[in-house]
Design a protein around this ligand. Structure first.
Ligand SMILES: Cc1cc2nc3c(=O)[nH]c(=O)nc-3n(C[C@H](O)[C@H](O)[C@H](O)COP(=O)(O)OP(=O)(O)OC[C@H]3O[C@@H](n4cnc5c(N)ncnc54)[C@H](O)[C@@H]3O)c2cc1C
Length: 112
């Protein structure tokens, strides 16, 4: 398997921070969530290597909450988290998706 070309990796500390770094990269930055698709695409050279990968996993966007107006699913909630949210339809959707290993890595935002 080919390795990744050198790329700057940045761990965002807040949403504003992530947006600022992506804005500075002017279209040449990429959001990195679980990396299950993105890292594979970069290894296989399906896309140009971005100037910077902005990791958004530490922003606390992994919550799933049921509110009056519906279910709010955070961008970095993992597919496996859908199974733990106590909502049968979401649990079934997660179970019918990829393997357990991938469910523990892939995020809902990345999937969308
Ligand atoms: C072996 C294998 C099997 C798979 N099987 C299935 C399957 O059965 N069903 C299925 O649905 N998918 C499947 N996938 C696809 C993949 O796992 C999902 O699409 C996954 O949810 C991507 O999420 P991620 O967090 O890993 O995204 P990443 O790989 O980190 O990112 C994917 C893309 O989304 C962008 N992105 C990520 N998060 C955000 C965000 N919050 N805002 C804006 N852009 C964002 C990234 O920049 C990138 O372009 C499979 C993949 C593999 C490798």
């Amino acid at each position: 398997m080919r390795s990744l070309a050198p790329v700057k990796y940045y761990t965002a500390t807040s949403l504003e921070d992530a947006c600022q770094v992506l804005n500075q990269a002017a279209g040449k930055g990429k959001v990195l969530a679980g990396g299950s698709d993105l890292v594979d695409w970069l290894r296989k050279r399906y896309m140009p290597t971005p100037e910077v990968l902005v990791d958004i996993k530490k922003l606390g966007l992994d919550t799933i909450e049921t509110k009056e107006d519906g279910v709010h699913i955070g961008a970095t909630a993992k597919l496996s988290d859908l199974g733990k949210a106590g909502i049968p339809m979401l649990a079934e959707a997660a179970r019918n998706g990829p393997s357990p290993q991938l469910q523990n890595q892939a995020t809902v935002g990345g999937n969308m």
